[in-house]
Design a protein around this ligand. Structure first.
Ligand SMILES: [Zn+2]
Length: 331
């Protein structure tokens, strides 16, 4: 039984209103005058990166299905691809096309789009227009068009850089920006490239893509339990094993069945599982109840507290210890 659509829940009370899963995510790799895919300028000389990423490495991370548990490129531990994430969360019904638009050189490396200036001249307010301009003009002539169903991701060369950040420009928009490389860093440094920086993990891509689908950040108290709060950072390395989507997101995507709970239900020891081989049942509470719980004072979802693993990759060997499911917070 679906919930009453006129009754707002926690996430709809923010700027989230609906979810539209895109059919396509186009990806364009961009680099800078002083930070490129294979080396960076340290102020006195070029420093070559230890790990250089072929197009196949980006393809397997973003566009593969069911095979991304050994990472090519830098050997970091992984638990599934960007596409695996949505495939599992949708109970095997949603699989967007992910296409890297850059051409590939004779050795299998993507030909990155050059931005004209140094990395430190860019920020989150000018990076998209600069990237649009460079990618859509000669010699690249890439198709940067977007619409409701076709979105665009720019991956910028080198390490996370605070002024550019990682972001989708707003909720339910068309373009997102993610750095190529990631490590816990000193954000006070202007440019903090290191030769052994490794490739960014999928959680950042999944979270920003969630914004492109129409989800805003969930309630702060959700912390690491939800992709759309801070759950995308979970993992053995930051963001390699993101939390599942919250029930609102799944419900709005038609990826979860919901049952309305009565107001007087004292506890809800419910179980859900993202595995397609087990039932996926989410319970959405739409009426506030008198309890000392900030989530429930707001007309809210029944927020799920997920066990240590955060996300169930049932078909991957790494998930063996985590198949017992996830647990609903006692309310
Ligand atoms: Zn966000």
């Amino acid at each position: 039984m679906a919930s009453d659509p006129t009754d707002n829940d926690l996430l709809e009370s923010s700027s989230s209103s609906s979810v539209i899963p895109p059919t396509t995510l186009k990806v364009i790799l961009i680099q800078f005058n002083d930070v490129k895919w294979d080396q960076f300028w340290d102020g006195s000389q070029w420093q070559p990166y230890t790990y250089k990423h072929k197009k196949a490495a980006f393809d397997s991370m973003l566009a593969s299905l069911g095979i991304y548990y050994v990472r090519n490129g830098d050997g970091a531990e992984v638990f599934g691809s960007f596409k695996d994430y949505f495939w599992e969360n949708s109970r095997h019904t949603y699989s967007p096309t992910v296409t890297i638009l850059n051409s590939t050189d004779a050795n299998g490396y993507p030909v990155w789009v050059n931005l004209p200036n140094n990395k430190s001249t860019y920020n989150m307010y000018n990076i998209i227009s600069a990237a649009d301009n460079a990618a859509s003009n000669p010699p690249y002539n890439l198709d940067i068009s977007t619409d409701t169903y076709v979105k665009l991701c720019y991956i910028y060369a080198g390490h996370y850089y605070d002024p550019i950040n990682v972001f989708a420009d707003k909720v339910k928009v068309y373009k997102m920006v993610v750095p190529e490389r990631w490590r816990p860093c000193d954000r006070t440094k202007i440019v903090d490239e290191r030769v052994d920086d490794r490739r960014t993990h999928i959680g950042w891509f999944c979270h920003e893509f969630g914004h492109l689908m129409g989800a805003d950040h969930s309630h702060p108290s959700v912390t690491r339990w939800d992709l759309m709060r801070s759950g995308h950072k979970n993992g053995t390395e930051e963001a390699n094993r993101p939390a599942s989507m919250n029930p609102w997101f799944l419900f709005k995507s038609s990826w979860a069945d919901t049952i309305q709970l009565n107001n007087d239900l004292p506890d809800a020891d419910l179980v859900y599982n993202t595995s397609p081989t087990l039932p996926s049942t989410y319970y959405v509470r739409k009426t506030p109840i008198a309890m000392n719980n900030s989530l429930l004072k707001i007309r809210s979802l029944l927020i799920l507290r997920i066990s240590l693993c955060h996300l169930l990759w049932s078909f991957l060997p790494k998930a063996e210890g985590f198949l017992s499911g996830a647990f609903v917070v006692k309310v």
